[in-house]
Design a protein around this ligand. Structure first.
Ligand code: BGC
Length: 512
């Protein structure tokens, strides 16, 4: 391997290097970042359905739920803006933080961003666990949101810069895998703590444990070579590259990193770049894929499954247990995606997932409509509840092998280096914005649209599936430098994208 690299028959450059112990520690830290995000996604659903929590912070909702307040239909029992703000405020804070985080990550390095993220998580979890009033709860959630913003920005970048190219793709979905594991752990903890008077404190406070690991981890780890080069510490960068690749033979990769950094510095306006016609497909995908991912309605299940199932007549335990079941399905189905995404391709997963989600949503809507009608009175029998849970699980599985991981993978793999920071920021921001909107309005919409809400989400799934069918070319195994050819071969994008030469030198594959 002269100079530490070779180009394979597909024109893709491979560098010498092993998966070192160092890289494994990197994975562990990244795992904490994903896990914390998942934990915060999954924890509120169970907590907001716990009686002591509601009695302490949301007595009105508690009375509504017990039917003591003025008569409310089942659909409206949890309709309370403050209660939803407890869940949603995190995502608004994350949306704001990701803009600051991208500057910190670029100017000061990936480590400080991860550390700051971990610190926010830690303080947020402690404030929540010790909360004595609603202000502490909401401020805690906002701090957790800042943590999500900083970690979602820095951890994936840290990972892809530290890891050898051959495991970068796997790590990308691995991050999503950790999110689903975080959600499942949160569901399990809620199930375990719900029997205690102060169970909600434990559920919210336990998030401090992975946060401490992330803080310590980020202090002990080294900075990435890319970040050192970006900040003109060239010698240190080369030494670091040797250390993480476990070889002295890093000249080629080092030179490529320097070239990439120089090229990136020449891009004065990444935001101006991405609005050029030649990047129109990427811009459209970076806006619409995260938006549609949230309009599948997945976070209705992630945030509100226990509350929703309680509304539908499941008991306390049954609601929390059902959340655990959907959590397991989510993890297992994400594994399916990891093993099939490079074999069957992105389109097959998107289209199959969309069709399956659509069928499930229509059936769920019909079942709830038949039982609760418009006035919202009724309850499911045990057998009916099992059928409903089956379709909820089938829906979660479909999401978890399609829009879940692909919602993050496709926007990042279609963006070349010169637009990636802007593309990634748009992607994360849109995702957080729509996560916030769904979290904030779902319970109110349920109150007004009743079972029709599930048909609304089903309508969105029809639109997004058509969007993929018509506009997304297959990107499986397509090196970044050939992306332009893909747009030119597509019936629609060929009319939009002007004829330009590939923007990355041949033989250099940039893997997300
Ligand atoms: C989404 C989250 C969602 C999670 C469920 C992620 O890809 O961005 O909003 O809660 O998947 O597993």
């Amino acid at each position: 391997m002269a100079g530490g690299s070779f180009v394979d028959s597909n024109g893709v450059r491979h560098y010498e290097g092993k998966v070192t112990g160092f890289v494994l520690i990197t994975c562990f830290v990244a795992a904490m970042g994903g896990l914390l995000f998942g934990y915060d996604l999954g924890i509120t659903g169970g907590v907001t359905s716990m009686d002591p929590f509601l009695i302490k912070f949301f007595p009105v909702v508690y009375r509504q739920m017990k039917g003591e307040a003025e008569s409310k239909s089942q659909y409206c029992k949890f309709d309370n803006q403050l209660l939803t703000l407890f869940t949603s405020s995190l995502y608004l804070a994350a949306l704001i933080a990701c803009f600051f985080a991208s500057t910190t990550t670029r100017m000061f390095g990936r480590k400080p961003s991860m550390f700051i993220g971990g610190l926010f998580f830690l303080i947020g979890a402690l404030l929540n666990g010790l909360a004595i009033n609603i202000e502490m709860l909401i401020i805690g959630r906002i701090l957790l949101g800042f943590g999500v913003g900083f970690c979602n920005q820095s951890v994936p970048v840290y990972l892809s810069e530290m890891a050898p190219a051959k495991i970068r793709g796997a790590l990308n979905i691995g991050f999503q895998m950790m999110i689903t594991i975080g959600i499942l752990i949160a569901n399990l903890i809620n199930y375990g703590t719900s029997k205690h008077e102060n169970g909600w404190r434990m559920s919210l406070g336990i998030g401090a444990v992975p946060a401490i690991l992330l803080c310590i981890g980020s202090l002990c780890l080294d900075e990435t070579p890319n970040s050192l080069i970006e900040r003109d510490q060239h010698e240190k960068a080369k030494e670091m590259l040797k250390k993480i690749r476990g070889t002295e033979n890093v000249e080629e990769e080092y030179q490529d990193l320097v070239d990439a950094s120089e090229a990136a510095k020449m891009v004065d306006h990444p935001w101006k770049n991405i609005v050029q016609p030649k990047y129109r497909p990427q811009l459209i995908f970076c806006i619409f894929i995260p938006t549609f991912q949230q309009l599948t309605g997945i976070n209705v299940i992630m945030f509100y499954a226990p509350v929703l199932l309680k509304i539908l007549g499941f008991g306390n335990d049954a609601s929390l247990m059902s959340a655990v079941i959907t959590g397991v399905v989510n993890v297992v189905a994400t594994l399916v995606s990891i093993f099939t995404v490079d074999k069957f391709g992105r389109r097959v997963l998107f289209l199959e997932g969309g069709a399956q989600m659509l069928i499930c949503q229509v059936i769920i809507g019909i079942m709830i409509g038949l039982k609760f009608g418009l006035n919202g009175e009724g309850s499911f029998s045990k057998g009916e509840a099992d059928v409903l849970l089956f379709f909820i699980c089938a829906y979660v599985a479909a999401f978890a092998w399609s829009w879940g991981p692909l919602g993050w993978l496709v926007p990042s793999e279609t963006c070349s280096l010169e637009i990636r920071p802007a593309g990634q920021a748009i992607n994360v921001a849109m995702n957080m914005l729509f996560t916030f909107i769904i979290a904030q309005v779902f319970l109110t919409m349920l109150c007004h649209l009743k079972f029709g809400l599930f048909f609304l989400f089903a309508g969105c799934v029809v639109i997004m599936t058509l969007f993929i069918a018509l506009l997304l070319p297959e990107t499986k195994n397509v090196p970044i430098e050939e992306m332009n050819r893909i747009w030119k071969a597509h019936w629609f994008w060929t009319k939009i994208v002007p004829d330009v030469a590939a923007t990355v030198a041949p033989g250099k594959k940039v893997v997300p």
